[in-house]
Design a protein around this ligand. Structure first.
Ligand code: FAD
Length: 445
């Protein structure tokens, strides 16, 4: 049995490791066009700020480690250029030597991930305009930041990566401006919750330019100005473009693999594509929304790991399922934890749910115990049966456990009344006698 994997980050390495545990004998080869394997993409903002100082903490394995731990061969700087389904062959190019070759597989796992979107803005090829995805891209940003003339940074896009990076750049003493096309930060969040984050960013001296987009970039060799659609000219030494990612699905599409409406690869619960013996996992693949049963594409490391594990198990002859996601996400933006799960009001209404949003403000723990901080919870409930279908949490310490309790409640289709009834832990350093989740349930009921 020969198992080939394309891509060696979260999904690809999870798949290869799981395939090895399931089949001790198979030949497993991973092709990766980049220079690093199984790195923590999610840790890159902390690597750039120096919170996680060493590169080796971000890149958790080398190809040699992987070979030793799992007996899996990782071919770095090997780009797969074609999948030939007829002869079950991969064509690849060694980007280091220029050599080309073929590899015959029995089972194939596509884990090609996603790439940052880069619209063809005039001036995009100027120096010091970056996107952030790989460790190599983080290294380049670190070099640019280490030059003493780098003082001002403009971030394009106020999504999760843009806001995490605002914190990193401020920690390094940069002046930070964010330009966002929508009229709020964090466009997937409700306006009332996003406003709490915007206020916090302003307190941290991050300048926000909302409701305005990039028109073009100006500069001699290096970028010097971002010119917006409304005509603003923002002086800068560095630009981070973080306006979203797109699934790397072209290679699969050319081979006849079905692509879903989201632009990512269509898969079933076993992570099988429409083509026999070809699986897909991670940011290149779709998932199912557990609440609506629709195909969705929410590229996250948490999902990539689970999907990779499932695809690896099944490619090696097992029978695992990944049922889907609630799109749960969380991030740290300076002193705030910002998290979301399930449906928002608009999504619920599209599903013809008679939905209502309930927002409360509570405290993370007893007010007399040090470190007390406000915590905002916003739940989306189905008026007909009281079931919670979505939630957002923004606040200080302890916000993470509230979103996970709410995700578990949504997964189990719990009602507002049950949120009050559930026996959550209490002691003054951790909660109040009535936890914020119970208060949300009480108010919603
Ligand atoms: P990728 O990480 O994109 O890896 C795919 C690999 O495939 C790449 O290395 C690529 O070079 C390789 N490849 C592509 N095509 C070919 C080819 N033809 N031949 C050979 N190799 C190929 N997620 C969270 O859940 N929580 C977070 O807090 C979080 N924070 C993030 C912060 C940042 C700054 C970034 C960039 C991402 C963050 N993510 C987070 C997202 C998370 O990193 C991704 O979801 C995850 O890396 C996806 O893993 P993947 O293996 O599917 O794809």
């Amino acid at each position: 049995m020969k198992i080939a994997v394309i891509g060696a980050v979260a999904a690809g390495t999870s798949a290869a490791a799981k395939a090895r545990r399931t089949d001790k004998e198979a030949e497993i080869v991973v092709f990766e066009k980049g220079t690093d394997i199984s790195y923590a993409g999610c840790g890159l903002p902390y690597y750039i700020s120096g919170v996680t100082p060493s590169r080796s903490e971000i890149v958790m394995n080398t190809a040699e480690d992987f070979k030793e731990k799992y007996n899996v061969e990782v071919r770095l700087q090997h780009e797969v250029t074609q999948i030939e389904t007829d002869g079950k062959k991969l064509k690849y190019k060694n980007l280091n030597t220029g050599e080309t070759g073929e590899y015959k597989y029995d089972k194939l796992i596509i884990a090609t991930g996603a790439s940052p979107i880069k619209p063809p803005f005039e001036g995009l090829d100027l120096e010091n305009i970056f996107t952030l995805r790989s460790v190599e891209s983080a290294d380049q940003i670190k070099v640019a930041l280490s030059r003493k003339e780098t003082q001002k940074v403009v971030i394009i896009g106020a999504g999760l990566i843009g806001l995490e990076m605002a914190e990193s750049f401020r920690e390094l003493g940069m002046d930070v401006t964010i330009v966002e096309l929508e009229d709020q930060v964090l466009p997937p969040y409700s306006k009332e919750m996003a406003e709490i984050v915007a206020e916090h960013l302003r307190e941290k001296e991050v300048e926000l330019i909302l409701d305005d987009g990039v028109d073009h970039f100006e500069g001699e060799d290096r970028v010097e100005k971002v010119v917006t659609a409304s005509g603003k000219k923002i002086e800068t030494d560095l630009v981070l473009l973080s306006i979203g990612v797109k699934a790397n699905s072209e290679l699969a599409e050319k081979a006849g693999v079905e692509i879903g409406k989201t632009g990512a690869i269509k898969v079933n619960e076993r992570l099988e594509t429409n083509l026999k013996d070809i699986y897909a996992a991670g940011d290149c693949a779709e998932s199912t929304d557990l609440l609506t049963n629709k195909d969705v594409w929410v590229p996250l490391g948490s999902t990539a790991n689970k999907q990779g594990r499932t695809a690896g198990e099944n490619a090696a002859g097992g029978d695992y399922k990944h049922y889907g996601i609630l799109k749960t996400g969380i991030t740290k933006i300076f002193d705030l934890t910002v998290a979301k799960t399930g449906l928002d009001l608009e999504e619920a209404e599209k599903e013809e749910i008679d939905a209502v949003a309930v927002k409360i403000k509570a405290h993370n723990h007893a007010s007399y115990y040090p470190g007390t901080a406000p915590i905002h919870l916003r739940g989306i409930f189905d008026r007909e049966n009281g079931v919670i279908v979505g939630a957002e949490v923004i606040g200080g310490e302890g916000s993470d456990k509230r979103i996970d309790v709410l995700a578990t409640a949504i997964y189990n289709r719990m009602t507002a009344g049950e949120l009050f009834q559930v026996d959550l832990a209490y002691a003054p350093p951790y909660s109040g006698p009535k936890d914020a989740v119970a208060i949300l349930g009480m108010v919603a009921e």
